[in-house]
Design a protein around this ligand. Structure first.
Ligand code: PHE
Length: 384
């Protein structure tokens, strides 16, 4: 028998003949008060209006003057009680009234918690309650929460842009390990042990034979060994140096290496390709200039400079008043390097370059601190 059915019967019908039996009956009612209240408190509600509605529903069910369960007990149990049971029923009824004070609307509102948004949302939508008034005042037609989407990192964007230009010229993409051997990083590139040129690369050694590659040039050798000539590749990737971080140096940064090996490759091919690339990347107005330089793995070696993107070559703080900014090292592949790659320098020649991706991104977007790329601050990254 449910509580609602019980409270509509008389004590006689319920076969409560002694004070003990009456007390048991009332104890059951008090237990029901507590359990119905507890159910609502643990369930919680989604919002203020649902809380008010559910609190009022429970309060009315028990305490409503005319139709509430308490009034019904008053009518059916107390008023009709036989004389000898009246004192016991009266006492128990008073206890019940006190115990049911927790069902007053104010008390309920204090006790029922608001559920944190989203926590049980999925559950509710798929529960048996879905589509009924017990949806708890949820409006399922409201738009959902938009989760912030990430974006492609500016370094990756610039790297892809560079890749696209060279892919368009018929180059393919190669990659090599970031944890590299001393052989590929130095020896094969014509930088023998104890040669002072090794000092040009502040190296992070894992042990005496293994290091974190200081440039992407070792991929030149690996690609030549793997594919032979003719060869047209670029290699984008991470490099590591034992540098103190400042606005232009980072322990980890990105390079794109380029390598072309074929019969009859000359310095003119290098100049033409890099001039085309610079104009595609920075804009048609850009002019290029090649300055002599030195790298052990290229001969002759050069630095490619572009007309300053900030002052258009007039001279400013960025280009140190020269109108030119050096953007990459390059040169004709040293015959010794071709030989290390298994290619006959008597038959083939080649050119190579290496550029810093962060530096390119800084020039393109006028960024003055390389550290910004690696700090993961969304306020910076979301601008790209
Ligand atoms: N590897 C050189 C560096 O990191 C750049 C370079 C690459 C120069 C290829 C010439 C040819 O400094």
């Amino acid at each position: 028998m449910t509580i609602d059915e019980k409270v509509r019967k008389t004590l006689k019908e319920l076969e409560a003949k002694t004070p003990d039996e009456v007390n048991n009956l009332f104890a059951g009612v008090i237990a029901a008060v507590e359990s119905e209240r507890q159910k609502l408190v643990t369930r919680g509600t989604a919002d203020e209006s649902e809380r008010e509605r559910l609190a009022k529903e429970l309060r009315d069910r028990w305490l409503a003057r005319k139709s509430g369960i308490i009034s019904s007990i008053d009518e059916c149990w107390l008023k009709t009680a036989p004389k000898e049971l009246k004192p016991a029923v009266g006492r128990a009824f008073n206890e019940l009234r006190k115990a049911s004070a927790v069902l007053e609307t104010n008390e309920l509102l204090k006790a029922i918690p608001l559920k944190r948004r989203g926590k049980r949302q999925g559950e509710l939508i798929f529960s048996a309650d879905a589509g009924t008034s017990k949806m708890g005042g949820r409006d399922l037609t409201l738009p959902g929460y938009r989760r912030p989407l990430g974006s492609v990192h500016p370094v990756t964007q610039v790297m892809r842009e560079i890749e696209d230009i060279f892919l368009g010229l018929g180059f393919s993409i190669e990659s090599g390990p970031e944890i590299e051997s001393v052989y590929y990083n130095f020896e094969a590139l014509n930088i023998p042990e104890s040669h002072p040129a090794r000092d040009d690369w502040d190296t992070l050694y894992v042990n005496s034979q293994v290091l974190l590659r200081t440039h992407t040039s070792p991929v030149q050798i690996r690609a030549m060994e793997k594919h032979g000539a003719p060869l047209y590749i670029i290699c984008p990737g991470k490099c590591y140096r034992h540098d103190n971080p400042d606005s232009t140096h980072a322990t980890m940064f990105h390079q794109v290496e380029g390598l072309a090996v074929d019969t009859d490759i000359s310095f003119a091919d290098l100049k033409g390709t890099l001039d085309f690339f610079a104009r595609k990347f920075f804009g048609e107005k850009i002019r290029t200039n090649f300055f002599p330089s030195f790298f052990p793995f290229t001969e002759p070696s050069g630095d490619l400079a572009i007309s300053c993107v900030f002052c258009e070559g007039k001279g400013c703080r960025v280009c140190k008043e020269s109108g030119w900014v050096e953007v990459m090292g390059c040169g004709m592949v040293h015959p010794e390097v071709l030989r290390h790659g298994g290619i006959d320098p008597g038959r083939y020649s080649g050119w190579a370059f290496g550029l810093g991706v962060e530096r390119f991104a800084m020039m393109k977007y006028d960024i003055n601190d390389i550290q910004l790329f690696h700090q993961g601050d969304a306020r910076f990254l979301e601008q790209f």
